[in-house]
Design a protein around this ligand. Sequence first.
Ligand SMILES: [Cu+2]
Length: 455
Amino acid sequence: MTQRRAFFQTAGAALLGASAVSRIAAASVPEAVMQTSAAMQVPAPPTNGRPFQPIVTLNGWSLPWRMKDGVKEFHLLAEPVVREIAPGMKAQLWGYNGQSPGPTIEAVEGDRVRLFVTNRLPEVTSVHWHGVPLPSGMDGVSGLTQPPIGVGKTFVYEFVLQRSGSFMYHPHADEMTQIAMGLMGLFIVHPKDPRPLKVDRDFGFILNAYDIEPGSATPRVNTMLDFNLWTWNSRAFPGIDPLVARTGERVRIRVGNLSMTNHPIHLHGTHFEVVGTDGGWIPKSARWPEVTTDIGVGQMRAFEFDAVAGDWAIHCHKSHHTMNAMGHGVPTMIGVDQREVARKISSLIPGYMAMGERGMHDMAEMQMPLPDNTLPMMSGTGPFGPLGMGGMFSVVKVRDNLQRGDFKDPGPYLHPPGTLASEYTAEVPTAPRAPSAQADAQTLQVRKPTGHEGH
Ligand SMILES: [Cu+2]
């Protein structure tokens, strides 16, 4: 009987499909809760409906719902937003409810959800509930499963959450533009029985990227690969929240990828287990250990580990993705003696400085004048100096004495005596050297490029 009724409900919902809200129904649309800050809002446990342990969205928040006749009602408002990418830089993006990404939607397996979407963008949109099993007419593909949501219009989606997992939402109308502008969010469905999947801390973020010319604020939406801001939840290091945990706690991190390339996410300090994808949870016997998991475009991975005390880097292992805005046309200057050319240029441009002949670390140490509203290519300072990082980088900070639910940055890790790398100051015996390029100059034939501009 229950199955039969559920079938008719589903069939009815499918026939109805995603539809525009009538004027009478619009009067009962729940308020669209707004957020103007990019600071992490630690979500409180739910006050109604089935209990669940909320996830912590890095530099984000979870959307409150209204319970109406047993249905969880959410209201997303798509509109232009200002997002602080990191202190010192703000971007003009498109987002939901005041921020990009939009708020995380959290519900429980078995819940019926009703999602109102109001379009205050300058063009039509739709919302696709990425990975969520639902009736075809609720899938949010503009033109295929519904008419687009017109400018100023509100649509309503309604379905029952059939299984728990880590999902996303994003537009399926002019996606290239709308995803490049930051329209996306996490959709987390918690299990009805929390016990088998229980963890102590549950974090989530989306991998995204922007191409914002230094000194401007609006992304170039036609860029395909050469993005200059590699972000987690539309934040770049040092603007990304640390992931804080207590020693020994079981920590889950859920990462979705809505950028244009894959990102191998690497965690220092301990191995983790990949426990789920957007296709579902992986049975315990089939989970595999990793220290890096590659997250392809349009994929989600959930991984878990037992927290070990320390400050542990977590980052994309594509080294260009841990940099902020940089010009990729800059020639490599390692080994090039620039003294003569620097002398000539500084007679024309006072204060000119040649850089890069010993590598690029100099750039992490110095503060070059930058255009307004731009992040340094490498930045962030730790207890031992500049990190020389940007983009997709953060720190898992694990401490022995943390309260449950405390996500505040605990400051730098205090290393126990004898566990810190340091300079060796006693005498170092002369080590044999490999023949250097200089000693072996005859075999290194340098040929100057001719007629190849840009080499
Ligand atoms: Cu990457």
